[in-house]
Ligand binder design. Sequence first.
Ligand code: NAD
Length: 356
Amino acid sequence: MEILEQMGAEGHEQVVMVSDAGSGLKAIIAIHDTTLGPACGGTRIWPYESEQEAMWDALRLSRAMTYKAAAADLPLGGGKGVIIADSHTAKTEALIRAYGRFVDTLGGRYLTTTDVGTTGRDLEYIKQETDYVVGLPITSGGSGDTSIMTGLGIYMGMKACAKEIWGSDSLMGKTVAMQGFGKVAIQTAHHLMKEDAKLVVTDVFDGALDRARDLGLAVVAPDDIYDVDCDIFAPCALGGVINPASIARLKCKLVAGGANNQLFSDTDGESLHRLGIIYGPDYILNSGGIINAEAEIGRQYNSDRAREKTERIYEIMERVIARSKREEIPTAKAADRLAEDRLSSVRSIRRVYRSR
Ligand code: NAD
């Protein structure tokens, strides 16, 4: 599909392609929708095989950010930046600062933060070129590590789902199978362990498994995680892991984790629904990170405010479940409708003239 045609079909507002010969920067910034506020989303640095692949990722990820911010009740739109480079070998101060200068040219229509391949240090370089950056390290006056609130949000979302399934939101004694034991999973695990849930984890990285064993957790081989006899399956690593092959193996009543794009396709959300397995939509449960970053926009970062907003993920998940039941649709679809309703209601007030 042609790019403008694809933008039109999915409602994207603007795509900016940038190139800086001096630093070798090649990047794309996609702004999906600014109905609710400035487009916000991280910058991904990835060695894409083609410009088309990078464009597709920027369009897809920026749209997902619109839905995430809308459902989380944030005054933000959806955007995403991608830099075509290998973050391990090609990342330089000049490249990152050149990117920051281009972010600045958008005049605040796009606010960037971290994503795959970018770190707090990179944001500090970007900050030297533009104010349109959030999620800076606490030592630089920002809101710091997003995974703390992301983990809290996943835990709150799990509890709301548990209430629906088991009649109580207590997770005591529930077995949770976690795929991936990185930053987000560890933060989620801390909450689960405090509540005496039983954790079974896997990871492809030995260091992560050592951390799990140090915490006294049961560990299984990566491919065995789907077969664990558990109450909750928590994808906390990769996207696309909920697919026909994995669904056939799952023994849980709830799928709820932090990974982005967990469903391989919409059909997989429908399959879970048919099987009576509740799915906590990824962008509802993992929105704690963006909620945390938003808490520093235009004001001094306040972790209590971020925490209080993140805890509301419980109520948002309850609304998603209620809508899914009322309209007899999978929770993933109910979440989309919730976000779309907010976007269209805010769009509708734009007909009211304001003098500024
Ligand atoms: P991370 O890199 O710290 O952790 C991911 C872990 O998954 C790593 O330990 C990695 O070894 C492991 N892993 C990779 N492939 C695996 C496989 N096939 N099987 C088992 N384990 C595997 O990343 P993170 O920040 O914890 O993010 C995890 C997920 O949550 C990602 O999908 C990310 O996009 C999403 N997410 C993160 C945040 C955040 O605040 N960090 C916010 C929203 C969404």
